[in-house]
Design a protein around this ligand. Structure first.
Ligand code: TRP
Ligand code: ZN
Length: 497
């Protein structure tokens, strides 16, 4: 996230710091403290993520009261204490976190309290430690600005504690789909792609700043709260409230964080290799969807082994699923524990498991790169189908190529689908077809070797379409410029490549 000039400034500061500070000309300007950027620089969601620091860990201690029984409004109540460990990547006069429709009650930085104030007018100097919030739904600007005192030097660690809370509703993404902390009658479905995590905790809400997570989620006794990773001890009940603790030590993008609450029963198993699998299944699924769901989830060890055989070992400390009786209208690959609306079908389980490698371990550098998530997850569905004796990958590819050239399916340059086009069918199916065409062009050996290299080189990180193209050129030894232009950058049906 460092721009070239900022890198230079940091280096200069380090040199100065090791020398005799006061004697070095220009030391004063190299020591300037400035505001961290209010956005992570993503063209599609300019104010998601923030500049000037890297988060290492989020500890989220939240208490949630689901809505009262119908006909009361579907409004819950959340209060939280987020403890955020970060490292400054520039000299910070102030910095931002993203937080949407929640009220901040207190902020400390390294134990020192800041005072809540109204947003100061442009150019106004605020002397003391302070914080303020800007909430502009029209421009999708939801920012918490924190001005710590003393200021934070580049390279310095800081612990930021934000106490916050508010009503929870049913937030929607830029195209109107439910996401974030989605309140249900019996709890909440927490699915935050692309920038919905800010609806429930203060966060640098962009995948370029991955972090580890821990959770303590307190809910009314009888409710189950399930997050990423592994449980820490048994749930603790006191005075009618139960606290569920989870630990997710693997680097995680914010959109993959979950803390869903419901009338779940937890089922714990493991793969033959000893990978823990924890499924949270809603007690209120219909019998038909429960039967299909249980059969699909029973395949998880086989699906994981299938993907490991072709690519690289499973990247995280645990696996599993959350299946809710309510629906957001889609499934999401929440890290280690995908979320399924009402039912988990076999193809969807393959898709969400494939995302643990393609999307979660290696995440899109920018939201424009979403085809690298959805194309891969769809392609692994094709591979699984072939392996199971169903439609072959070649047949799936042929079916896509039967779509007529004048169909608007082809009107999409999938390497830049736009913020309203993230989940168009072209991103999924043309994305998968791109991978199949690439495999045929460079051969199985180069294709799977480059895929493994992709997963190794960019593990726990992010990568772009350009990175992908460069790596496949490197491993195959072929010039793939025309291939990628035709398949991912041209809004027309490919004919030759
Ligand atoms: N990433 C999800 C998947 O393919 C899909 C998804 C997330 C989605 N948000 C959405 C689909 C909004 C439609 C609308 O596994
Ligand atoms: Zn997907």
């Amino acid at each position: 996230m460092l721009g070239r000039r900022q890198v230079f400034r940091v280096v200069a500061t380090v040199l100065v710091a090791t020398g005799a500070l006061a004697l070095v000309p220009g030391a004063a300007s190299a020591q300037r403290f400035i505001a961290g950027a209010p956005g992570g620089g993503d063209d599609y969601f300019p104010f998601a993520g923030n500049g000037g620091y890297d988060v290492e860990h989020y500890d989220l201690d939240v208490t949630y009261t689901p809505p009262p029984a119908a006909p009361a409004a579907l409004v819950g109540q959340l209060s939280g204490v987020a403890t955020i460990d970060l490292v400054a990547t520039q000299n910070l006069d102030r910095f931002n976190l993203d937080l949407r429709d929640m009220d901040v009650e207190a902020v400390t930085v390294n134990g020192k309290p800041a005072t809540g104030i109204e947003p100061p007018a442009e150019g106004t100097v605020v002397e003391d430690a302070a914080y303020w919030q800007v909430q502009d739904d029209g421009a999708r600007i939801w920012e918490l600005t924190i001005q710590p005192r003393p200021k934070i030097k580049s390279g310095q660690r800081a612990r930021v504690v934000v106490t916050y809370g508010g009503d929870t509703t049913r937030p929607t993404d830029i195209e109107g789909a439910l996401y974030g902390w989605v309140t249900t009658r019996d709890g909440a479905m927490v699915v935050s792609e692309p920038e919905g995590s800010m609806t429930w905790y203060p966060v640098s809400d962009h995948q370029t700043d991955k972090a580890s997570y821990s959770f303590e989620i307190t809910v009314p006794e009888g409710k189950v709260a399930v997050a990423n990773g592994l449980p820490v001890g048994d749930p603790v009940t006191e005075d009618g409230w139960t606290t569920w603790s989870w630990d997710a030590p693997d680097a995680q993008a914010s959109y993959l964080t979950t803390a869903s609450v419901g009338d779940y029963t937890l089922h714990e198993t493991e793969t033959p290799d000893g990978l823990p699998i924890i499924d949270a299944i809603d007690d209120n699924l219909t019998p038909a969807s429960r039967a299909i769901t249980e059969a699909s989830l029973a395949l998880q060890p086989d699906i994981i082994a299938f993907i490991e055989d072709r690519f690289v070992p499973y990247p995280f400390n645990s696996a599993g699923a959350i299946v809710d009786d309510d629906s957001v209208g889609y499934a999401l690959e929440t890290q280690t524990r995908p979320f399924y609306s009402r039912i988990a079908r076999e193809g969807t389980v393959v898709h969400e498991l494939a995302h643990q490698w393609f999307g979660n371990a290696v995440s899109p550098e920018r939201w424009a790169d979403i085809w690298l998530n959805e194309g891969w997850a769809t392609y692994v569905e094709w591979l699984w189908s072939e392996d199971q004796g169903g439609e072959t990958a070649a047949e799936s590819f042929d079916a896509i190529m039967e779509i007529p050239a004048d169909d608007n399916f082809w009107d999409l340059a999938i390497a830049d689908p736009g913020p309203l086009g993230l989940f168009l069918s072209g991103v999924y199916d043309r994305g998968a077809a791109t991978l199949h065409a690439l495999r045929v062009k460079i051969g199985d050996e180069a294709f799977f070797e480059a895929s493994r290299q992709w997963l190794k080189r960019y593990d726990d990180s992010t990568a772009s379409t350009d990175d992908f193209e460069a790596l496949f050129e490197e491993i195959s030894g072929q010039d793939l410029t025309t291939f990628f232009d035709v398949w991912v950058r041209t809004p027309e049906k490919p004919t030759t490549w």
